[in-house]
Design a protein around this ligand. Structure first.
Ligand code: AMP
Ligand code: ZN
Length: 138
């Protein structure tokens, strides 16, 4: 399934060029053109799915295997001390390309990047209530 209007689909079909790192039958990995750090890589399924709620769970094995393989290579190529795997869903979460993708972002000691600030629940009951609410939709 390919969407002719989707840039990542067109990268997957070779219609639009990319700095390719890895591909197999199901997934493709290529450099993000606006890297957080050089080596910042995107892993996509070749088929078009918008986000985590659309992508079939069966594809997870292929994606996970590619993430492991490519992240190890990114670490070696950049001499990174760590990496983040990020995946944004929806505009509110910062998704700008609506073909699901996972970011592999190499990280370095004291690179100054800060993740979001975390808060807390008012009390343990509120936390349990939230857990029960989420679980009720499974
Ligand atoms: P997100 O904000 O999670 O949707 O991330 C989309 C990412 O795709 C951004 O980091 C962009 O820099 C990257 N991007 C957009 N177009 C291209 C492209 N043609 N080739 C490589 N990376 C791209
Ligand atoms: Zn697509």
């Amino acid at each position: 399934m390919t969407d002719a209007n989707c840039i990542f689909c067109r990268i997957a079909t070779g219609d639009i060029p990319c700095a390719k790192i890895y591909e197999d039958d199901n997934v493709l990995a290529f450099l993000d053109l606006a890297p957080v750090h050089p080596g910042h890589t995107l892993v996509i399924p070749k088929d078009h799915y918008k986000d985590m709620l659309e992508v079939p769970a069966e594809l997870g094995t292929a994606v996970f295997a590619a993430l492991q393989k490519v992240a190890g290579a990114v670490m070696k190529a950049t001499s990174a001390q760590g990496f983040n795997v990020m995946q944004n869903n929806g505009l509110a979460a910062g998704q700008t390309m609506f073909h699901i993708h996972w970011h592999i972002i190499p990280r370095f000691d004291d690179d100054g990047l800060e993740m979001w600030a975390q808060g807390k629940y008012p009390d343990a009951a509120a936390m349990q209530e939230m857990a029960a609410s989420v679980a009720s939709y499974l």
